[in-house]
Structures are given as structure tokens and as C-alpha cells.
Ligand binder design. Structure first.
Ligand SMILES: NCCC[C@H](NC(=O)CCC(=O)O)C(=O)O
Length: 446
């Protein structure tokens, strides 16, 4: 049986914008109110997905959410026609309005936690959408995310879909951004590393002081239970609270893994020695590559600024690993120096590829945020909705779809324009036909 790691990148939606919504996410706060370019953002995303497909990787896409979220605004008491809902929300409560316009579903690393069939008790691939409770704008995502995942992985024999965890800070769950799977081979049972920011029930345990810890240990444990993971295949580690306070709002801003490699910053984890010992013991006799980047070579600030660790490490068909990094890493002297050295260290990582994903970086998301990893065997891959996979035809269709529907530039005032809502819904309706994922959006459900 063949095995793959398939990366599902989030398509950027037609109302891509910067609202400065994520307290604790430095880039998001710094770029509030800047004008965005939905067309360029969507094309940057598609170009990255296509480049990975051209490297021989299996690459898919996940549909974006409908924004502005009229249904959420109605739930909050705004009434009348859609145009009236937009107008009164924008006028009466700018913050609520902007949150309901957020582009944040493009970061599919936060869409869900995924456990491949080799790790689960019933031999199916398990998905739990992240509840994203810590940020109001993100908490609007899980329901539609679940619909999109069901439309993309539409086969009960191979895929199990769970409801997101209870919407409460005790079970704050940010999905795959805090979850790393280590394995010798994608198709063999691996070790699932869950990283949390705080304990929900035991407040005597360390926690960040300035910025929020979005993920709890209790949420990680619930997901592991739902997915039927064996205790011998799971490790929980705490994120260093001090780096959360320096802007590391998800673990994937400071660590990334692939197969037998864990690449991380010296300050990433709390009590790392014990955690790594457990990882190695559960992994077995084959040694893991723990690639630690010292603070003396790359500061936490530089890591956050350049997203050195929000890179993708992928295994190419040749068996070598390469890093997919944002161009910001090339432009920072210390980070560039480190990457030049890294490929000579004799680890499985042999090369670095740089991509321009600035439209995502400005909201605090690098290449790794843009993708949800799903390890599958060939039978499972055949059961995936094939229209969601990128090949030359689908790439061309999606690019043409963006050209037809997306605006070149978007500012805050445009978001309340009822014409933009009509344009976006027309675009998304057409997208569900291109991807054949069914009626996933509230506006399609009448
Ligand atoms: N994995 C990357 C997630 C980035 C995301 N940014 C945002 O939601 C910012 C949106 C804005 O500011 O408009 C977040 O912080 O959860």
C-alpha cells in the first residue's frame, strides 16, 4: 500500500482583509486596517499549492467560509434585509462587524485535528474541527468547517467526523497548529504530540501572563479520546508560557515536525527534556532528529517576525526533506544564516524553498498555517472528493474563478457594501460546484 501526506491548503476567500483581531498575534495587531488584496492573496495561495503539486506532492484545497457572516450578525440581534444587517452592524458595533468579516478560515492548520488511520482504534482517519473559542472571530468557524470537511472527506468507511469540542475556554482547541505527528513512515502508527498552553482546571500550573493561552491540556486529551488514540502513541507537552507572552500564539509558530524530525526553538517547550525523553521512548529504537535552534543564533523575536518555524517540512518523492519557508526568512540575516547552515548539518532536511505569502503573513499566518495535513494510504486517497485535489485542470479552473470574482483591493468600507456580499456569495456558490462539496454555507441552506 502506498502512503502519502496530503496537504490541504485553505483557499483565500473573496473578502480577505486585515482587521487586527487577534490579541497575542503580533502581525495581526500591527497590520490592522491596512488595505488588502483578495485577488493577490488567493493567487499567492494557489501558486504555493500548485508549486507543491509540481514537486510531486499530493495537494488539496479546502473551501473558505462565507464572510461577512450574516447568520452570526442576525444571531446577535441585527435584523432586516441583508443590506440592513450589514449597515446597522457596521454603524452600531464596528468590532462585532469586523469580527464577522474575518478572513481567518484561510489558516486551515486551525481547521481541525486529524489522526491518520494507522493511529486510531477503528482504522479510520479522524477529524475534529477546532472550536477556536479564544477569539470571537475564529469561534464562528467550526460548524461550517465541519461541513467543508464532510464534503471533502465524504466517505464513512474511511473517514470519521466529530463535532467540535464544547464551546468554552476550558476546552479551547486550535487544531493542528498545536498537534504534530512523528512517524517513521506516514502509513505506520506514529506518535501524536499535542502541545497545550495551559491547564484548564489546575490553576496552580504555569500559564502565560500577558497573552492568552488558547489551547488547554484538557482539550488535547478530549481529542485524543475521540480519535481512539492509544496512550502509547500520544505525548502531551506544554508550550513555554514565556514565548506565548512574546507573541507565539500557536505552537506552530515555534516548532514544526515531519516524520522523524522535530525542528524547534530552544525556548519552545516547558520541561522539554522530559517531553523529548517520552517522545523518543514511545517512538522506539529509531532515533528521532531533534533539531534545536539556539536563542543565540535566532531570537524568539526573529522567529516570530520571519515565521522560521511556521514553515512546512515536507518529504519529497526522492525521500529528502525540504523546507517551504516564507520569503521573510530570506530577508532576515540571522534566519537566512541559520537556514544556510541547517541544510549542511546532515539531518534529513536538505533544501529550502522560499514562497511569497505576504498577504497571509500580514495576518500572522505563514506557510504552515495555510495547510492541513492528512496522512492517507492509496485507498483513503481514492475515497477523497477528487475535485478538491490540485492538478493542472483544477488549478486553472480555480485561478479563472478567482480572476472572475475577486476584487483587487479591499478596505474596511467595502466590507459593508451589499454588492460585495452578492459578489462573494455568487463566487462561493460557484466554488461549491467546482469542488462538488455540496451546500456547505448557511446562505445555500435557505
Ligand atoms: N495559524 C495562523 C492563525 C492566524 C490568525 N490570525 C487572525 O485571525 C487575524 C485576523 C485579523 O486580524 O483580521 C489567528 O491569530 O488565529
Amino acid at each position: 500500500m502506498k502512503q502519502f501526506e496530503v496537504n490541504f491548503d485553505g483557499l483565500v476567500g473573496p473578502t480577505h482583509n486585515y482587521a487586527g483581531l487577534s490579541f497575542g498575534n503580533v502581525a495581526s495587531l500591527n497590520n490592522a486596517n491596512a488595505k488588502s488584496s483578495p485577488k493577490q492573496a488567493a493567487k499567492q495561495g494557489l501558486a504555493k499549492a500548485k508549486a507543491l503539486a509540481d514537486m510531486g506532492m499530493v495537494q488539496g484545497v479546502l473551501a473558505p467560509q462565507e464572510r461577512p457572516d450574516i447568520a452570526a450578525l442576525r444571531r446577535l440581534g441585527f435584523t432586516g434585509s441583508d443590506a440592513r444587517v450589514l449597515e446597522s452592524a457596521a454603524k452600531q458595533s464596528r468590532e462585532i462587524f469586523l469580527a464577522c468579516c474575518s478572513a481567518s478560515s484561510m489558516w486551515t492548520a486551525n481547521a481541525a485535528t486529524v489522526s491518520p488511520s494507522a493511529d486510531t482504534a477503528d482504522g479510520r482517519v479522524h477529524f475534529t474541527p477546532a472550536n477556536l473559542t479564544n477569539k470571537f472571530h475564529r469561534s464562528l468557524e467550526p460548524q461550517v468547517t465541519g461541513n467543508i470537511l464532510r464534503g471533502t472527506f465524504a466517505n464513512e468507511k474511511h473517514f470519521a467526523h466529530h463535532q467540535h469540542l464544547p464551546d468554552n475556554e476550558h476546552f479551547g482547541d486550535e487544531g493542528a497548529a498545536n498537534h504534530t505527528r512523528l512517524c517513521s513512515n506516514y502509513g505506520q502508527a506514529g506518535i501524536e504530540l499535542f502541545v497545550y498552553g495551559r491547564h484548564a482546571f489546575d490553576t496552580s500550573k504555569p500559564a502565560p501572563k500577558k497573552y492568552p493561552a488558547r489551547q488547554t491540556l484538557e482539550a488535547c486529551q478530549a481529542v485524543a479520546r475521540l480519535h481512539g488514540l492509544d496512550d502509547d502513541g500520544v505525548v502531551y507537552m506544554q508550550q513555554n508560557p514565556d514565548v506565548i507572552d512574546q507573541g507565539v500564539f500557536h505552537n506552530d509558530v515555534i516548532a514544526v515536525g515531519n516524520q522523524n524530525v522535530l525542528f524547534f526553538h530552544e525556548q519552545a517547550f516547558y520541561q522539554k527534556d522530559a517531553g523529548f525523553k517520552e517522545l523518543q521512548a514511545k517512538f522506539g529504537s529509531e532515533p528521532l532528529h531533534f533539531i534545536e535552534v539556539p536563542t543565540a543564533e535566532v531570537s524568539v523575536q526573529d522567529a516570530v517576525k520571519t515565521y522560521l518555524f511556521n514553515t512546512q517540512i515536507i518529504t519529497l518523492p526522492s525521500g529528502d526533506m525540504t523546507i517551504i519557508a516564507p520569503t521573510e526568512c530570506q530577508e532576515n540575516e540571522a534566519v537566512k544564516r541559520y537556514l544556510d547552515k541547517l541544510v549542511t548539518l546532515g539531518t534529513p532536511i536538505k533544501s529550502v524553498n522560499f514562497f511569497d505569502v505576504k498577504q497571509s503573513m500580514r495576518n500572522g499566518g505563514g506557510p504552515a498555517c495555510l495547510r492541513l495535513r492528512v496522512a492517507m494510504n492509496d485507498q483513503e486517497l481514492a475515497a477523497v472528493n477528487q475535485n478538491t485535489l490540485i492538478n493542472d485542470t483544477q488549478f486553472a479552473r480555480l485561478n479563472a474563478w478567482v480572476d472572475k470574482h475577486y476584487r483587487d483591493e479591499l478596505g474596511e468600507d467595502d466590507l459593508r457594501d451589499p454588492q460585495l456580499l452578492i459578489e462573494s456569495r455568487t463566487a462561493l456558490d460557484e466554488l461549491t460546484q467546482i469542488l462538488k462539496i455540496g451546500s456547505v454555507y448557511p446562505f445555500q441552506q435557505g
